[in-house]
Design a protein. Structure first.
Lengths: 108, 334
């Protein structure tokens, strides 16, 4: 029984995703310094774009669907910005379970 | 009645806590001074009382259903045409989509009834905007995915924050993850995503046997992913990588703290992701039987189920694609 013909571009996408996976794995062992992370994330970005385009058909999705995805990404970027601001202006305290002693109550 | 019980219970739970806070009680301790005991017991009693109100509230849907049955399809004996149908009205009433131009003949289905064609056939008139069943389902799933983006996004943010603060700890911890199992799992999930996309394509091409096969393959690959993940968790547990007092990773001070936070992130993120994979596998396995995959029912709904399940699966895949380099590949080359 022959598989449907529509499977062909999907199979190519799958092959590309696996190639990218191994490229990502290989790049992690190269001495690139900070660019190890950049390479890993860039390859992840390409993989996500492939999945969104060929598996999720985001380009064919109704405009409302694309808008929903866009709004989520923008909202996340906004919240990420605020988080970075807050993180940059605070001191880092260890979590309570990382230190054995217990702080005394504020007032007895 | 339920509302009153829950209202009273809720206030009894939280008012003592306001008083306790005002009295200077610190939070999240395991032992407290005696003087707080009375208010603590009051608060606990309030929680029990609020909980006792919930079974009463659980009866509400049944009550609503009974009222609806008593009302019937046309409780007011209205004579208008819009009341001459079931209640709730059937959602899927035509087998083909009809695009009716205002004032013009329908473009599909029965046309030129009674020989009545009021407009010339080539009058350019825009079709009224409407969403088909497929588009509605697609939009609904994308809204859900949007909420999931905002669910997993902050997790990745905590990672970025932690890595910026404790780069050595994160790199050291990352080196202790199992890159082989991680890569295997990524390949499994990418393949399962291919199967899900292929299932949607086969479904669109009206190939029910292939649809069922591919959906089953997707679910099986999801289960395989979970099994590998379980093996990995077991290994990490025995190596003492679970954050807490028994954390065994060598290192001092800040690096050790960072490593613990890395594994706290690791178990939270991968655990939540695994939960999503499990739900997706159940969804796919539920759609896989030929009964669900055979093209029956109206077109929109038939296409929508498989397509929407596929969208969810691809999103879960995307989350893992992001987690993979962050967890397994960071700091492989020190």
């Amino acid at each position: 029984v022959k598989p449907p013909r529509a499977l062909q571009p999907l199979a190519w996408t799958w092959a590309a995703l696996l190639v990218l996976l191994f490229a990502s794995l290989g790049s992690a062992y190269l001495p690139l310094g900070a660019f190890n992370l950049v390479a890993g994330l860039a390859i992840a970005g390409v993989k996500i774009a492939l999945i969104a385009r060929w598996f999720m058909h985001l380009h064919r999705a109704p405009v409302w669907s694309r808008l929903a995805a866009l709004v989520a990404v923008c909202a996340l970027a906004l919240l990420a910005g605020f988080t970075v601001f807050e993180g940059a202006t605070r001191a880092a305290d260890p979590a309570p379970w990382q230190l054995p002693q217990q702080l005394p109550p504020a007032r007895r | 009645m339920a509302a009153l019980v829950i209202f009273a219970g809720f206030n009894l739970t939280f008012f003592p806590q306001y008083l306790l806070g005002y009295a200077g009680m610190p939070r999240r301790y395991h032992s407290y001074p005696e003087e707080f005991q009375v208010l603590h017991v009051l608060s606990s009693a309030g929680a029990v009382r609020a909980g006792a109100g919930l079974p009463a509230a659980a009866r509400l849907p049944g009550l609503v259903a009974a009222l609806r049955r008593a009302g019937g399809a046309n409780p007011w004996q209205a004579t208008g045409l819009e009341w001459q149908t079931r209640s709730p009205p059937p959602t899927c009433t035509t087998s083909t989509r009809r695009l009716r131009r205002p004032g013009g003949p329908t473009t599909t289905g029965r046309r030129h009834e009674h020989g009545r064609v009021s407009d010339p056939p080539h009058t350019p008139q825009p079709a009224p905007p409407r969403m088909s069943g497929e588009a509605t389902a697609d939009f609904g799933m994308w809204v859900f995915i949007a909420s999931e983006i905002l669910f997993f996004g902050p997790l990745l943010l905590t990672y970025a924050y932690g890595r910026a603060r404790w780069p050595e700890g994160f790199a050291m911890a990352s080196r202790h993850t199992d890159v082989l199992l991680g890569t295997l799992n990524t390949a499994l999930l990418l393949t399962s995503s291919f199967c899900a996309a292929a299932a949607v394509a086969a479904h669109g091409a009206r190939r029910p046997a292939w649809t069922a096969r591919l959906l089953a393959a997707t679910a099986l690959l999801g289960v395989a992913f979970l099994c590998v993940k379980g093996l990995e968790y077991r290994k990490e547990w025995h190596e003492g990588l679970f954050p807490g007092p028994a954390f065994t990773l060598a290192g001092e001070g800040a690096a050790r703290q960072g490593a613990q936070l890395f594994f706290a992130f690791y178990f939270t993120a991968t655990g939540l992701h695994a939960l999503h994979v499990g739900i997706g596998a159940v969804l796919m396995a539920g759609l896989a039987p030929a009964r669900a995959a055979r093209p029956t029912g109206c077109r929109g709904r038939r296409l929508a189920r498989v397509a929407v399940a596929g969208l969810y699966w691809h999103f879960v895949d995307i989350v893992w694609v992001l987690l993979y380099p962050l967890i397994y590949l960071v700091g492989r080359h020190p």
